[in-house]
Design a protein around this ligand. Structure first.
Ligand SMILES: Cc1ncc(COP(=O)(O)O)c(C=O)c1O
Length: 385
């Protein structure tokens, strides 16, 4: 084994790496060529910055099947987007239907509002792979159900929620989707799936930089904003403007990051989302097939034959997942994540709490050879244990 093995990045569920070269090139060009403060002044640099924001909004709207780009709001990540929706839409006494697979970006604000506003949570059970049954939804709806919050693709097991089936069973409730792991890879169409609030992060499957994300809000729905301040519009008012998207975008935005996000979206458009999905699926199947050959490894999640995301969770008999992740990195140059992946609820649902799992998450830029190297490393770790 070489002293310093070449690095292999298998933590794309945390953030995608590498990014398409155009992302860095665009950001490099923008920071050198324009001043990046949009909508505040009428000079050419400010107008150029406004154009970056507007064009990215249009790209995001088209990408998620939203007919009106003013319904696209930029935030610094999906966590902030989900917080705007959860805090802004829920009133005391509202019921929320959610799943046992949610990230803490959803669970923490919900648990807070249980105490602070007396909201009532109803948590849909999952099977051992993290899948929910959409037929459980109508049984739990009542007149107080304001929101259904669904993690589209699990960051722990890769389980995929059937949004079409869920959207058609939502009744009078609003459907909020956490698309952190699915955006850029899985089909996501607001109209087709009946999504009312779609929250995305820019730095995973959309190939943008960290510090980008946002949400799309169906026409006719308003959530109270979380932050208020300068928007560059209606400056004569001391009250927050009501119009979209300004009412949610107070303060100078991350124009640089949003420009990088546009380059990520362009990359997906030119490569083809389905091509990306097929490559990730191929690598995930290869990984799963190899893992099943290694004695002592248990995979927690849907089988390779299922429609699943690329997050693959495993445990190895007699080994702590933290140690496994450490050894993979230090000895083999393989970057993976061990632990609870910010989703303790998901681990409770699949029976891996409190230790968690080792998560390997291939991305579009990984190769078959890298997957094989990771499998060889795990096999060796197991046989030496
Ligand atoms: C399902 C899910 N929701 C929310 C998040 C939070 O993403 P971010 O840190 O970009 O807000 C993640 C990412 O870790 C995730 O996988």
């Amino acid at each position: 084994m070489p002293d310093s093995p070449p690095p292999i990045y298998l933590d794309n569920a945390a953030t995608s790496f590498p990014k398409p070269p155009a992302v860095a090139e665009t950001m490099h060009r923008l920071i050198q060529e324009v001043s990046l403060s949009p909508g505040r002044s009428a000079h050419r640099f400010s107008l150029a910055a406004s154009r970056v924001i507007f064009e990215t909004r249009e790209l995001v709207a088209a990408f998620f099947g939203c007919p009106d780009s003013s319904r696209v709001v930029f935030t610094s990540n999906v966590t902030e987007a989900l917080n705007v929706g959860i805090f802004g839409l829920l009133k005391p006494g509202d019921q929320v239907l959610t799943t046992g697979m949610e990230h803490n970006s959803v669970m923490r604000p919900l648990r807070h509002l249980e105490k602070a506003r007396g909201i009532v949570l109803s948590i849909l059970p999952t099977d051992s792979t993290g899948a929910i049954d959409p037929d459980d939804i109508p049984k739990r709806l009542n007149a107080k159900t304001r929101l259904i919050i669904i993690n589209h693709v699990s960051n722990v097991t890769g389980a995929v929620a059937d949004l079409g089936a869920i959207g058609s069973r939502k009744g009078e409730a609003l459907l909020m989707v956490d698309a952190a792991q699915s955006a850029g890879v899985f089909p996501l169409d607001m109209e087709a799936f009946g999504i009312d609030f779609l929250a995305f992060t820019g730095h995973k499957g959309l190939f943008g930089p960290t510090g980008t994300g946002g949400f799309l809000l169906r026409k006719g729905i308003m959530a109270a904003p979380l932050t208020m301040g300068g928007t560059g519009s209606n400056s004569e008012l001391e009250e927050q403007p009501q119009m979209m998207p300004d009412c949610y975008e107070s303060g100078t935005p991350n124009t640089l990051g949003i420009g990088g996000l546009a380059a990520g979206l362009e990359f997906i458009r030119s490569t083809g989302r389905e091509t990306i999905r097929r490559q990730e699926e191929h690598l995930t199947r290869l990984l799963l097939a190899g893992l099943h050959q290694i004695k002592g490894i248990t995979v927690h999640g849907p089988p390779a034959s299922a429609n699943r995301g690329s997050a693959v969770s495993l445990t190895m008999a007699g080994r702590s997942v933290a140690d496994l992740a450490f050894q993979l990195d230090r000895q083999y140059g393989i970057m993976a994540r061990g632990g609870l992946h910010c989703a303790p609820a998901a681990h409770r649902s699949i029976g891996t709490f409190p230790q968690g799992t080792l998560r390997l998450s291939p991305g579009f830029f990984n190769t078959e050879a890298e997957i094989q190297t990771a499998l060889n490393a795990l096999d060796r770790i197991h046989s030496e244990s």
